[in-house]
Design a protein around this ligand. Structure first.
Ligand code: ADP
Length: 209
């Protein structure tokens, strides 16, 4: 995050004189305590300063990069997951391609009659099945999908950074967010490369602070 001149000054004062009360910081800057309040709130929320009741402000000693890392490590899958798009196992390759276009997604999840996860379909899975094949209506997706138990998944309380690592390590575009139930694996969300890009942009735009 970009600090204002005044915020930089406050950090310097606390660095040299902490613990120091808000009143004393204000005196040194010839400002009122009220004027300073928003800056102190921002610096405390962002983690540069720590406020202890009846003692004053301390400098935490954390650099911008450390604080950014701390922020990123707080992102959870459930805060960013999007809605999963699914097709039935007996849907045709033609239907799956139509769904991919209509829903504007790159990964489809395949479900059985109980709406439980059984497979994944990527763009290239569908392209591969289409090459030289006229009968796309006749091929059910369960024949060409990547199937359980070979599906990489994540859970709503996982860290977004761990889900992002799975995308990279497995060289895939998306992960289903799942919940195990008595009837099977329920799909409750979707994490994709776009999700991670959005979180990254949001962080830089400071919306998360
Ligand atoms: P594309 O094949 O269009 O480049 P991906 O990189 O996502 O898209 O998919 C590569 C292969 O990995 C495909 O065969 C796909 O079925 C499979 N795949 C995609 N997502 C997953 C997942 N979450 N778990 C396991 N396999 C997956």
């Amino acid at each position: 995050m970009e600090l204002s001149n005044r915020q930089e000054q406050i950090i310097e004062i606390v660095k040299e004189n902490g613990p120091i009360t808000g009143e004393h910081i204000a005196e040194r800057l010839s400002l009122t305590r009220a004027t300073l309040r928003p800056d102190l709130a921002i610096l405390t929320m962002a983690g540069f300063l720590e406020a202890r009741p009846r003692v004053g402000y301390f400098y935490t000693g954390k650099t911008g990069t450390e604080l950014l890392t701390e922020q990123i490590k707080k992102f959870k899958v459930y805060e960013y997951q999007s809605v999963p798009v699914v097709v039935k196992e007996d849907a045709s390759v033609y239907d799956a391609i139509s769904t991919m276009f209509l829903e504007d997604v790159g990964t489809l999840f395949v479900v059985n009659q109980y709406s439980c996860l059984t497979g994944v379909l990527s763009r290239k899975d569908l392209l591969r099945a289409s090459i030289g094949n006229q009968e796309l209506d006749a091929i059910p997706v369960h024949i060409i999908m990547t199937r359980m138990p070979n599906i990489t998944v994540c859970y709503r309380n996982d860290l977004l950074i761990d889900a992002a690592k799975k995308l990279i390590n497995k060289q895939i575009d998306g992960l289903p967010v799942i919940k195990e139930t008595e009837i099977g694996t329920e799909i409750i969300g979707r994490i994709t490369k776009t999700t991670v890009t959005k979180a990254f942009v949001e962080l830089i735009m400071d919306e998360h602070l």
